[in-house]
Design a protein. Structure first.
Ligand SMILES: Cc1ncc(COP(=O)(O)O)c(C=O)c1O
Length: 408
């Protein structure tokens, strides 16, 4: 953690500056009658579903001006009963205003417990979590080494904050070290170094050599950000991801997780220190200037988390299916990359990839051709996503059909 010190000093100084101007902000639950949200027609407050809400419902000043605004007395808690959920399907305002429903405190605390992390911050999507985190903590003049296959939202974050960039060859430790060594030898005063990678790559389905990347980052004084979009739920004890599986939590600056993949819920979150969370709450435009996720989604998160933690059987089935499918394809002479449940079959040119995908679609499989710019030029492919509930016989049959389709 020692290399984080100068970055933490940067954040502390910025937050102290805000405090001295009376501008330091924290997330506070709604209180009092609503003259803050953007729920202009009252739909988020259930005006149409529950006529009581037209008169202000249960959100009287006496009921809601205390510290303990509970979900049940919150004006944003009643409306969607008609839809079969307890909470509003609208976020109604930014989390910095009235959009910080107490359910998000509960979700973030459950996430901290899952990851044994100091702090978590829910964001609206993995895209905005990565873009927001990166463009907030990295400043022009800082230096960033980013794996060449990192997701588009990482590239977008870097585009916004305009650091000096070093794109290292995919998972190539020697190339990463070359960049780190050169930068460390000439680093301008006050400038920070960062490394960004994914733990399981979205289009190649291979893992990054995270333990070795952590070692290198520490050796050269760089801060590590890991996108765990595709590993969350599926790796590690209780499914909390690869960083936790490898025991690296205290050695990374931040991890980014999305709910929209294995977790099956909308939204995303960032794990890191409490100081990072304060800094993001005060500075991250992707959090400050957008409407919060609806509290109904928070309810889904709270429902899902204990289930995913307990689902070792699902993770085992997923792993077994993935191993089986890679082996089945290999037996049929079809090479794949990696050994995970993301199974890329690289076919080269776009036309060939589309031809093979179309042949499989005609047989009833929803398998798409992935083409540039989603993958590098000349590496168009099938990206076959294996699930825990795919039947083994279906996987065997699909392996036959993939091989046939490629042969044409
Ligand atoms: C590696 C990676 N990071 C981030 C994201 C964005 O996540 P979300 O879909 O929640 O915006 C994706 C989604 O495709 C991804 O593959």
């Amino acid at each position: 953690m020692t290399q984080q010190k100068s970055l933490f000093a940067r954040w502390t100084e910025a937050l102290d500056g805000l405090k001295s101007q009376g501008r330091f902000r924290s997330l506070k639950p709604p209180r009092g009658l609503d003259f803050t949200s953007n729920d202009y027609l009252g739909y988020g407050n259930g005006r149409l579903a529950n006529p009581e809400c037209q008169r202000g419902g249960g959100d009287s000043p006496t009921a809601s001006n205390g510290e303990s605004v509970s979900a049940s007395t919150h004006a944003n808690a009643t409306p969607s009963l008609a839809l079969g959920v307890r909470h509003s399907t609208s976020g109604i305002a930014s989390r910095l205003l009235r959009g910080h429903h107490p359910i998000w405190d509960a979700v973030e605390s459950a996430l901290c417990d899952w990851h044994n992390a100091e702090s978590c911050l829910v964001m609206n999507s993995g895209f905005t979590a990565n873009e927001g985190l990166i463009s907030t903590v990295i400043e022009p003049g800082d230096w960033v080494a980013s794996d060449e296959l990192n997701h588009a939202c990482i590239a977008e974050g870097l585009r916004i904050c305009r650091p000096r960039k070093f794109s290292f060859q995919h998972n190539n430790l020697a190339h990463l070290e070359e960049g780190l060594r050169k930068e460390a030898a000439q680093r301008p005063a006050g400038r920070e170094m960062f490394v960004i990678t994914e733990s399981l790559f979205s289009m190649d389905g291979d893992r990054s050599p995270l333990a070795a990347i952590v070692e290198l980052a520490e050796q050269y004084g760089a801060h590590l950000i890991v996108d765990e979009a595709h590993s969350t739920g599926c790796f590690g004890r209780g499914g909390s991801g690869i960083v936790d599986e490898l025991g690296l939590r205290s050695r990374v600056l931040a991890t980014v997780h999305t709910g929209g993949k294995a977790l099956g819920v909308s939204g995303a979150y960032i794990c890191g220190s409490a100081l990072l969370r304060d800094y993001l709450v005060n500075k991250c435009r992707h959090l400050i200037f957008t409407t919060a996720l609806p509290p109904a989604i928070g309810e889904w998160w709270l429902d899902m988390l204990p289930k995913v933690r307990a689902d070792d059987a699902g993770r085992d089935a997923l792993r077994t299916n993935a191993t089986r499918f890679h082996a089945m394809l290999a037996e049929r002479g079809v090479p794949t990359i990696g050994d995970s449940y993301i199974v890329p079959v690289v076919l080269g040119d776009d036309v060939n990839a589309v031809r093979v995908a179309t042949a499989l679609q005609e047989r009833g499989y929803d398998i798409r051709a992935i083409r540039p710019p989603s993958v590098p030029q000349g590496t168009a492919r099938l990206r076959i996503s294996i699930h825990a509930d795919h039947e083994p016989a279906l996987l065997d049959q699909l392996a036959d059909h993939v091989a046939e389709a490629i042969r044409g």
